[in-house]
Design a binder for this molecule. Structure first.
Ligand code: SF4
Ligand code: SF4
Ligand code: SF4
Length: 314
Protein backbone atom coordinates (compact mmCIF):
# COMPACT_ATOMS: atom_id res chain seq x y z
CA UNK A 1 0.00 0.00 0.00
CA UNK A 2 2.76 2.45 0.98
CA UNK A 3 4.67 1.53 -2.13
CA UNK A 4 1.56 2.13 -4.27
CA UNK A 5 0.95 5.48 -2.59
CA UNK A 6 4.54 6.62 -2.95
CA UNK A 7 4.55 5.70 -6.62
CA UNK A 8 1.28 7.50 -7.29
CA UNK A 9 2.24 10.65 -5.39
CA UNK A 10 5.27 11.39 -7.57
CA UNK A 11 5.84 12.29 -11.20
CA UNK A 12 6.65 9.16 -13.15
CA UNK A 13 6.98 10.13 -16.82
CA UNK A 14 8.22 7.33 -19.07
CA UNK A 15 9.45 6.90 -22.63
CA UNK A 16 6.73 4.29 -23.20
CA UNK A 17 4.05 6.85 -22.35
CA UNK A 18 5.72 9.37 -24.60
CA UNK A 19 5.69 6.78 -27.42
CA UNK A 20 1.94 6.18 -26.89
CA UNK A 21 1.24 9.93 -26.93
CA UNK A 22 3.28 10.43 -30.09
CA UNK A 23 1.38 7.57 -31.73
CA UNK A 24 -1.88 9.29 -30.87
CA UNK A 25 -0.53 12.56 -32.25
CA UNK A 26 0.41 10.72 -35.46
CA UNK A 27 -3.20 9.47 -35.77
CA UNK A 28 -4.41 13.08 -35.59
CA UNK A 29 -1.84 14.09 -38.20
CA UNK A 30 -3.22 11.29 -40.38
CA UNK A 31 -6.71 12.83 -40.02
CA UNK A 32 -5.22 16.24 -40.80
CA UNK A 33 -3.60 15.10 -44.04
CA UNK A 34 -6.60 13.02 -45.11
CA UNK A 35 -9.06 15.89 -44.63
CA UNK A 36 -6.63 18.42 -46.14
CA UNK A 37 -6.19 16.38 -49.33
CA UNK A 38 -9.98 15.97 -49.56
CA UNK A 39 -10.80 19.64 -49.02
CA UNK A 40 -7.57 21.60 -49.67
CA UNK A 41 -8.47 23.57 -46.55
CA UNK A 42 -5.29 24.49 -44.64
CA UNK A 43 -7.31 25.28 -41.53
CA UNK A 44 -7.88 21.54 -41.05
CA UNK A 45 -4.15 20.95 -40.62
CA UNK A 46 -3.99 23.62 -37.90
CA UNK A 47 -7.17 22.23 -36.30
CA UNK A 48 -5.89 18.67 -35.95
CA UNK A 49 -2.38 19.72 -34.89
CA UNK A 50 -3.88 21.82 -32.11
CA UNK A 51 -6.38 19.21 -30.88
CA UNK A 52 -4.00 16.27 -31.38
CA UNK A 53 -1.16 17.91 -29.48
CA UNK A 54 -3.51 18.96 -26.62
CA UNK A 55 -4.83 15.39 -26.25
CA UNK A 56 -1.41 13.75 -26.66
CA UNK A 57 0.06 16.10 -24.04
CA UNK A 58 -2.84 15.39 -21.67
CA UNK A 59 -2.44 11.62 -22.10
CA UNK A 60 1.31 11.83 -21.52
CA UNK A 61 0.91 13.94 -18.38
CA UNK A 62 -1.89 11.95 -16.73
CA UNK A 63 -0.05 8.68 -17.20
CA UNK A 64 2.92 10.01 -15.25
CA UNK A 65 1.37 12.62 -12.98
CA UNK A 66 0.90 12.34 -9.21
CA UNK A 67 -2.63 11.00 -8.71
CA UNK A 68 -3.99 14.15 -7.10
CA UNK A 69 -2.99 16.26 -10.14
CA UNK A 70 -4.90 14.11 -12.65
CA UNK A 71 -8.27 15.97 -12.33
CA UNK A 72 -6.53 19.35 -12.73
CA UNK A 73 -4.63 18.21 -15.83
CA UNK A 74 -7.84 16.88 -17.35
CA UNK A 75 -9.62 20.19 -16.71
CA UNK A 76 -6.79 22.17 -18.28
CA UNK A 77 -7.04 20.03 -21.45
CA UNK A 78 -10.85 20.31 -21.35
CA UNK A 79 -10.52 24.12 -21.39
CA UNK A 80 -7.73 24.17 -23.99
CA UNK A 81 -9.87 22.22 -26.47
CA UNK A 82 -13.29 23.50 -25.39
CA UNK A 83 -12.31 27.18 -25.69
CA UNK A 84 -10.64 26.57 -29.03
CA UNK A 85 -13.76 24.91 -30.48
CA UNK A 86 -16.09 27.50 -29.01
CA UNK A 87 -14.16 30.70 -29.70
CA UNK A 88 -12.08 29.94 -32.78
CA UNK A 89 -14.26 27.51 -34.73
CA UNK A 90 -17.59 28.81 -33.43
CA UNK A 91 -17.19 32.60 -33.16
CA UNK A 92 -14.15 33.53 -35.27
CA UNK A 93 -14.84 31.12 -38.16
CA UNK A 94 -18.60 31.56 -37.60
CA UNK A 95 -19.56 27.90 -37.76
CA UNK A 96 -22.56 26.70 -35.79
CA UNK A 97 -21.00 23.97 -33.66
CA UNK A 98 -24.29 23.07 -31.99
CA UNK A 99 -26.26 19.97 -33.04
CA UNK A 100 -28.60 22.03 -35.26
CA UNK A 101 -25.63 23.48 -37.17
CA UNK A 102 -24.46 19.96 -37.92
CA UNK A 103 -27.92 18.98 -39.22
CA UNK A 104 -28.04 22.08 -41.46
CA UNK A 105 -24.62 21.24 -42.95
CA UNK A 106 -25.63 17.62 -43.35
CA UNK A 107 -28.81 18.47 -45.29
CA UNK A 108 -26.80 20.90 -47.43
CA UNK A 109 -24.05 18.33 -48.11
CA UNK A 110 -21.46 20.80 -46.71
CA UNK A 111 -18.14 19.43 -45.45
CA UNK A 112 -17.42 22.20 -42.90
CA UNK A 113 -15.40 22.20 -39.66
CA UNK A 114 -18.57 21.45 -37.71
CA UNK A 115 -19.38 18.43 -39.94
CA UNK A 116 -15.87 17.04 -39.48
CA UNK A 117 -16.07 17.65 -35.74
CA UNK A 118 -19.32 15.68 -35.41
CA UNK A 119 -18.13 12.85 -37.65
CA UNK A 120 -14.88 12.39 -35.72
CA UNK A 121 -15.68 13.37 -32.12
CA UNK A 122 -19.26 12.18 -31.90
CA UNK A 123 -20.17 9.63 -34.58
CA UNK A 124 -17.21 7.47 -35.70
CA UNK A 125 -14.51 8.44 -33.17
CA UNK A 126 -16.41 6.82 -30.25
CA UNK A 127 -15.54 3.41 -31.70
CA UNK A 128 -12.00 4.20 -30.52
CA UNK A 129 -12.40 6.53 -27.54
CA UNK A 130 -16.05 6.08 -26.49
CA UNK A 131 -17.29 9.27 -24.84
CA UNK A 132 -13.81 10.67 -24.30
CA UNK A 133 -14.99 13.91 -25.94
CA UNK A 134 -17.33 14.42 -22.96
CA UNK A 135 -14.51 14.05 -20.46
CA UNK A 136 -11.81 15.98 -22.30
CA UNK A 137 -13.07 18.40 -24.92
CA UNK A 138 -16.67 19.60 -24.51
CA UNK A 139 -17.19 23.39 -24.58
CA UNK A 140 -20.57 23.01 -22.84
CA UNK A 141 -19.50 20.95 -19.86
CA UNK A 142 -16.29 22.94 -19.25
CA UNK A 143 -18.53 25.65 -17.76
CA UNK A 144 -20.53 23.19 -15.63
CA UNK A 145 -17.30 21.75 -14.25
CA UNK A 146 -16.69 25.10 -12.53
CA UNK A 147 -19.86 24.60 -10.46
CA UNK A 148 -19.58 23.16 -6.93
CA UNK A 149 -21.30 19.74 -7.38
CA UNK A 150 -18.47 17.46 -8.50
CA UNK A 151 -19.82 14.34 -6.77
CA UNK A 152 -23.07 12.93 -8.04
CA UNK A 153 -25.87 11.87 -5.71
CA UNK A 154 -27.11 9.20 -8.12
CA UNK A 155 -29.45 9.35 -11.09
CA UNK A 156 -33.14 10.10 -11.31
CA UNK A 157 -34.73 6.99 -12.76
CA UNK A 158 -36.24 7.34 -16.26
CA UNK A 159 -35.27 11.01 -16.71
CA UNK A 160 -32.60 10.03 -19.25
CA UNK A 161 -35.34 9.65 -21.87
CA UNK A 162 -35.57 13.46 -22.14
CA UNK A 163 -32.31 13.67 -24.09
CA UNK A 164 -33.82 11.51 -26.84
CA UNK A 165 -36.75 13.94 -27.05
CA UNK A 166 -34.30 16.89 -27.28
CA UNK A 167 -32.45 15.12 -30.11
CA UNK A 168 -35.72 14.45 -31.93
CA UNK A 169 -36.80 18.12 -31.51
CA UNK A 170 -33.41 19.41 -32.66
CA UNK A 171 -33.57 17.30 -35.82
CA UNK A 172 -37.25 18.17 -36.35
CA UNK A 173 -36.71 21.95 -36.10
CA UNK A 174 -33.91 21.89 -38.70
CA UNK A 175 -35.97 19.65 -40.99
CA UNK A 176 -38.90 22.05 -40.70
CA UNK A 177 -36.80 25.09 -41.67
CA UNK A 178 -34.92 23.17 -44.35
CA UNK A 179 -38.19 22.16 -46.01
CA UNK A 180 -39.07 25.85 -46.22
CA UNK A 181 -35.83 26.70 -47.99
CA UNK A 182 -34.09 28.23 -44.95
CA UNK A 183 -30.34 27.63 -44.58
CA UNK A 184 -27.67 29.08 -42.30
CA UNK A 185 -24.35 28.28 -43.92
CA UNK A 186 -24.43 31.01 -46.58
CA UNK A 187 -25.38 33.63 -44.00
CA UNK A 188 -22.79 34.20 -41.22
CA UNK A 189 -25.20 36.36 -39.21
CA UNK A 190 -27.84 33.56 -39.15
CA UNK A 191 -25.21 30.99 -38.27
CA UNK A 192 -23.90 33.00 -35.33
CA UNK A 193 -27.46 33.70 -34.14
CA UNK A 194 -28.37 29.97 -34.10
CA UNK A 195 -25.08 29.20 -32.37
CA UNK A 196 -25.43 31.86 -29.66
CA UNK A 197 -29.09 31.14 -28.93
CA UNK A 198 -28.44 27.36 -28.79
CA UNK A 199 -25.43 27.86 -26.53
CA UNK A 200 -27.31 30.13 -24.13
CA UNK A 201 -30.17 27.65 -23.88
CA UNK A 202 -27.73 24.80 -23.14
CA UNK A 203 -25.73 26.79 -20.58
CA UNK A 204 -28.83 28.11 -18.84
CA UNK A 205 -30.61 24.76 -18.63
CA UNK A 206 -27.38 23.00 -17.56
CA UNK A 207 -26.74 25.45 -14.72
CA UNK A 208 -30.36 25.22 -13.53
CA UNK A 209 -30.17 21.40 -13.59
CA UNK A 210 -26.81 21.36 -11.76
CA UNK A 211 -28.26 23.40 -8.90
CA UNK A 212 -31.58 21.54 -8.89
CA UNK A 213 -29.95 18.09 -8.66
CA UNK A 214 -26.67 19.13 -6.94
CA UNK A 215 -24.84 17.55 -9.84
CA UNK A 216 -22.51 19.32 -12.33
CA UNK A 217 -23.16 16.59 -14.90
CA UNK A 218 -26.98 16.62 -14.66
CA UNK A 219 -27.25 18.23 -18.12
CA UNK A 220 -25.15 15.40 -19.61
CA UNK A 221 -27.32 12.74 -17.97
CA UNK A 222 -30.79 14.09 -18.71
CA UNK A 223 -30.85 16.75 -21.41
CA UNK A 224 -27.90 16.70 -23.81
CA UNK A 225 -28.85 15.20 -27.21
CA UNK A 226 -25.26 14.12 -28.01
CA UNK A 227 -24.91 10.86 -25.97
CA UNK A 228 -27.60 8.96 -27.96
CA UNK A 229 -25.46 9.61 -31.06
CA UNK A 230 -22.12 8.80 -29.40
CA UNK A 231 -23.51 5.59 -27.93
CA UNK A 232 -24.35 3.99 -31.28
CA UNK A 233 -20.68 3.13 -31.90
CA UNK A 234 -19.35 4.07 -28.46
CA UNK A 235 -20.48 0.76 -26.95
CA UNK A 236 -17.80 -0.93 -29.08
CA UNK A 237 -15.13 1.50 -27.87
CA UNK A 238 -11.62 0.06 -27.94
CA UNK A 239 -10.51 2.20 -25.00
CA UNK A 240 -12.30 1.55 -21.71
CA UNK A 241 -11.47 1.76 -18.03
CA UNK A 242 -10.56 -1.48 -16.28
CA UNK A 243 -10.04 -2.57 -12.66
CA UNK A 244 -7.22 -4.91 -11.70
CA UNK A 245 -9.03 -7.44 -9.49
CA UNK A 246 -5.83 -8.47 -7.72
CA UNK A 247 -5.08 -4.93 -6.56
CA UNK A 248 -8.63 -3.81 -5.66
CA UNK A 249 -9.59 -3.88 -1.95
CA UNK A 250 -13.29 -3.01 -2.47
CA UNK A 251 -13.04 0.33 -0.67
CA UNK A 252 -15.72 1.78 -2.98
CA UNK A 253 -13.99 5.16 -3.44
CA UNK A 254 -14.10 4.87 -7.23
CA UNK A 255 -17.90 4.46 -7.27
CA UNK A 256 -18.46 7.25 -4.75
CA UNK A 257 -16.46 9.68 -6.89
CA UNK A 258 -17.61 8.67 -10.36
CA UNK A 259 -19.46 11.71 -11.77
CA UNK A 260 -21.51 9.43 -14.06
CA UNK A 261 -22.78 7.05 -11.30
CA UNK A 262 -21.21 3.94 -12.79
CA UNK A 263 -21.21 0.74 -10.71
CA UNK A 264 -17.56 -0.02 -11.30
CA UNK A 265 -17.35 -2.88 -8.82
CA UNK A 266 -20.14 -4.83 -10.52
CA UNK A 267 -18.03 -4.87 -13.67
CA UNK A 268 -14.94 -5.83 -11.72
CA UNK A 269 -16.81 -8.71 -10.06
CA UNK A 270 -17.80 -10.00 -13.51
CA UNK A 271 -14.19 -9.71 -14.74
CA UNK A 272 -15.22 -7.10 -17.31
CA UNK A 273 -13.92 -3.70 -18.28
CA UNK A 274 -16.20 -0.72 -17.53
CA UNK A 275 -18.59 -1.34 -20.40
CA UNK A 276 -21.11 1.38 -19.62
CA UNK A 277 -21.50 3.91 -22.43
CA UNK A 278 -21.99 6.48 -19.67
CA UNK A 279 -18.25 6.38 -18.94
CA UNK A 280 -16.59 9.60 -20.14
CA UNK A 281 -13.00 8.36 -19.54
CA UNK A 282 -12.48 11.22 -17.08
CA UNK A 283 -10.02 9.20 -14.92
CA UNK A 284 -11.62 10.44 -11.68
CA UNK A 285 -11.92 6.82 -10.52
CA UNK A 286 -8.24 6.09 -11.14
CA UNK A 287 -7.18 9.34 -9.49
CA UNK A 288 -8.93 8.41 -6.21
CA UNK A 289 -8.08 4.70 -6.13
CA UNK A 290 -5.67 4.11 -3.21
CA UNK A 291 -4.36 0.89 -4.80
CA UNK A 292 -3.68 2.24 -8.26
CA UNK A 293 -5.97 -0.51 -9.55
CA UNK A 294 -7.80 1.37 -12.32
CA UNK A 295 -6.39 2.17 -15.74
CA UNK A 296 -7.45 2.33 -19.38
CA UNK A 297 -7.28 -0.91 -21.41
CA UNK A 298 -7.49 -1.32 -25.17
CA UNK A 299 -9.55 -4.33 -26.26
CA UNK A 300 -12.57 -5.47 -28.34
CA UNK A 301 -15.84 -6.30 -26.56
CA UNK A 302 -18.38 -8.49 -28.33
CA UNK A 303 -21.79 -10.07 -27.87
CA UNK A 304 -24.14 -9.24 -25.05
CA UNK A 305 -21.32 -7.56 -23.10
CA UNK A 306 -21.73 -4.39 -25.12
CA UNK A 307 -25.30 -3.97 -23.80
CA UNK A 308 -24.15 -4.31 -20.19
CA UNK A 309 -25.12 -1.08 -18.38
CA UNK A 310 -24.54 -0.66 -14.67
CA UNK A 311 -25.35 2.80 -13.40
CA UNK A 312 -26.54 3.85 -10.00
CA UNK A 313 -30.19 4.97 -10.06
CA UNK A 314 -31.93 6.71 -7.16
S1 SF4 B 1 -23.07 14.86 -22.61
FE1 SF4 B 1 -23.23 16.71 -23.90
S2 SF4 B 1 -22.78 18.46 -22.55
FE2 SF4 B 1 -22.10 16.58 -21.51
S3 SF4 B 1 -19.98 16.46 -22.05
FE3 SF4 B 1 -21.06 15.19 -23.53
S4 SF4 B 1 -21.49 16.55 -25.29
FE4 SF4 B 1 -20.87 17.84 -23.53
S1 SF4 C 1 -11.06 2.70 -5.47
FE1 SF4 C 1 -9.62 1.12 -6.20
S2 SF4 C 1 -9.39 -0.24 -4.47
FE2 SF4 C 1 -11.19 1.00 -4.05
S3 SF4 C 1 -12.91 -0.22 -4.85
FE3 SF4 C 1 -12.27 1.14 -6.50
S4 SF4 C 1 -10.80 -0.07 -7.68
FE4 SF4 C 1 -11.02 -1.08 -5.72
S1 SF4 D 1 -15.89 5.07 -14.55
FE1 SF4 D 1 -14.11 6.36 -14.06
S2 SF4 D 1 -13.49 7.24 -16.01
FE2 SF4 D 1 -15.58 6.47 -16.28
S3 SF4 D 1 -16.91 8.20 -15.81
FE3 SF4 D 1 -16.65 7.08 -13.91
S4 SF4 D 1 -14.94 8.07 -12.89
FE4 SF4 D 1 -14.88 8.73 -15.05
Amino acid sequence: MDDDNNKSNKWNLSLNDMGRSLTLFAVFMGYALFTYFKTKNIFLIFNFVYIGSSIALGLFLINGAPRKLIPTIRRIILFLIGIYLLVYVGFIRTENMQMEGFFFYLFGGIFAGSTIHYLIAKIFGPIIFGRGFCGWACWIVMIFELLPYKKSRGRIKNLGIVKYIVLFLSFGIVLYFWNRGYTIYNYPEREILWFVVGLLLYYLSGIILAFAFNDNRAFCKYLCPIPPIQNILGRFSLIKMSIDKDKCVDCGLCEKNCPMDIKLLDYKNENKRILSTECILCSTCSSVCPKHAISTKIKFDFGKDILNYKIDKK
